[in-house]
Write a protein that binds this ligand. Structure first.
Ligand code: SF4
Length: 155
């Protein structure tokens, strides 16, 4: 699994300053994909060492780390989220998955937020009222509470 690039973002996870890791090798092939460059196997190996380096570089401003993709290896995403929880307990963790259902390889207790659902162009993303995608906050004990995003034009 490889990290194509990364950003510090403020809107993907509500109320968090998030290190978003854009993961290549996406297997989903959504028609109208908004990030076709993520289909290839390009980037830096996404492992504990790389995550450690990145988080330490930006630690003073971060509140969350989000895996954007990684559907080819949910067990790997789960392992890395568990590593972040153990090593940087002050940070929240999140996963943007394009899978329809949450993978069995995921322990939700390793995450604070999880988004599931493929990108369907005519339904739009999380800020579209017609979206098929679901964004959940993981509550204490592992219960998932759906969070609905404000429409884009309300900002
Ligand atoms: S999950 Fe995202 S990156 Fe992957 S094919 Fe779908 S829209 Fe593109």
């Amino acid at each position: 699994m490889k990290c194509f690039n990364y950003d510090i973002v403020c809107q993907e996870i509500p109320d968090e300053v998030t290190l978003a890791l854009n993961i290549s090798g996406c297997p989903n092939k959504c028609p109208g994909c908004h990030s076709p460059w993520l289909a290839g196997d390009e980037g830096v190996a996404l492992n504990e060492n790389f995550i450690n380096l990145l988080i330490n570089k930006y630690i003073s401003g971060l509140t969350c780390v989000c895996f954007m993709g990684g559907d080819q290896n949910p067990a790997g995403i789960n392992r890395l989220a568990s590593y972040i929880k153990a090593t940087f307990p002050q940070l929240k963790t999140a996963w943007y998955s394009g899978l329809i259902e949450l993978s069995d390889a995921i322990d939700v207790l390793n995450f604070d937020y999880i988004k599931v659902g493929p990108y369907i162009e005519e339904k739009g993303g999380l800020r579209s009222p017609n979206t098929n995608q679901k964004f959940y906050k993981v509550l204490r004990g592992g219960k998932l509470e759906q969070v609905r995003f404000a429409p884009k034009n309300s900002f």
